[in-house]
Design a protein around this ligand. Structure first.
Ligand SMILES: C[S@@+](CC[C@H](N)C(=O)[O-])C[C@H]1O[C@@H](n2cnc3c(N)ncnc32)[C@H](O)[C@@H]1O
Length: 265
């Protein structure tokens, strides 16, 4: 029989911001943890912590160091939660943790840590919920950050997603260090979509200062976008309308012309 686990590590998705959008499992693991590890602003997103808990804030980046720290802490017998905003598996900490586990698999360094990934509501589905159903059909989620992958890979993926007519969710659209990439991405998409394609510009979804705007591809202005913005670029079939109350709705139909919706779906 193998030894029982010494400690445990939960990689917890906090959701986009609002506590109502945090799963009960995430809330329970955050409450029971002895140690909370994460990028400072995400730890602050948790709010008040208990007297039995220690917070370990980390600077942005250094995900591998943060993951190894959390695994070591759990291996010492602690009950650790390492946090990400949104879903931890989407451009976030779950990958770093599993990658570190893989790297040390042969050494057995963390063999007695019980690891769980606790999913969360990702920014794209949160933004989509605010405006209707823009992700209602096939979609691609692409991060425009070239910190961890080369820009030419990003361009190839945008080109492929745009030419295949996917709805495209753009994460990490722009930062002070990456000022031109968003416009370049929009230009690439524009080779395959008309300028009146609906675009959802979602800023701080579920947080103070939330704003959700419906624009067209031709109207998107990178000057109004930052790292707290998520963009959803519609496919050629995505629709937009404004209801009688003046509320904008965006949706991507599930059925194509000539295909009847199935009663089973
Ligand atoms: C490093 S990624 C992390 C994504 C996160 N794991 C998730 O599932 O939402 C950070 C990017 O996610 C998007 N994002 C995260 N939370 C957001 C929110 N509340 N409102 C709008 N965009 C958000 C932004 O594009 C931001 O630059």
């Amino acid at each position: 029989m193998s030894d029982p686990a010494l400690g445990r590590l939960a990689v917890v998705g906090l959701g986009p911001g609002d506590e109502a959008w945090r799963t009960p499992e995430a809330t329970a693991r955050l409450a029971s943890a002895t140690d909370l590890v994460g990028y400072g602003p995400y730890l602050r997103q948790i709010g008040e912590i208990g007297d039995h808990q220690t917070s370990h804030p980390f600077p942005n980046r250094k995900e591998a160091v943060r993951a190894a720290f959390a695994l070591d802490l759990a291996a010492s017998g602690r009950d650790v939660a390492i946090v990400s905003s949104g879903d931890p598996g989407i451009f976030a900490m779950a990958t770093a943790v599993v990658e570190e586990m893989h790297r040390e698999n042969a050494s057995g360094r963390w063999a007695r840590v019980s690891v769980t990934v606790v999913p969360g509501v990702t920014a794209a589905t949160a933004a989509a919920a605010r405006i209707g159903a823009p992700l209602g059909h096939d979609l691609c989620l692409i991060s425009l950050s070239d910190v961890l992958k080369p820009w030419d890979v990003i361009e190839r993926r945008i080109e492929a997603a745009a030419s295949a007519d996917f709805v495209i969710g753009l994460y990490n659209p722009l930062s002070r260090h990456r000022p031109w990439q968003l416009q370049r991405a929009l230009d690439l998409i524009g080779h395959h979509r008309s300028a009146d394609t609906p675009v959802v510009e979602a800023h701080n979804v579920g947080r103070t200062g939330e704003s959700i705007r419906t624009l067209t591809l031709g109207q998107v202005n990178p000057a109004s976008v930052d790292m707290r913005t998520l963009l959803i670029v519609g496919s050629s079939t995505t629709q937009q309308f404004t209801d009688e109350a003046g509320r904008s709705w965006v949706y991507t139909p599930r059925s194509y012309a000539g295909k009847l919706p199935s009663s089973e779906d």
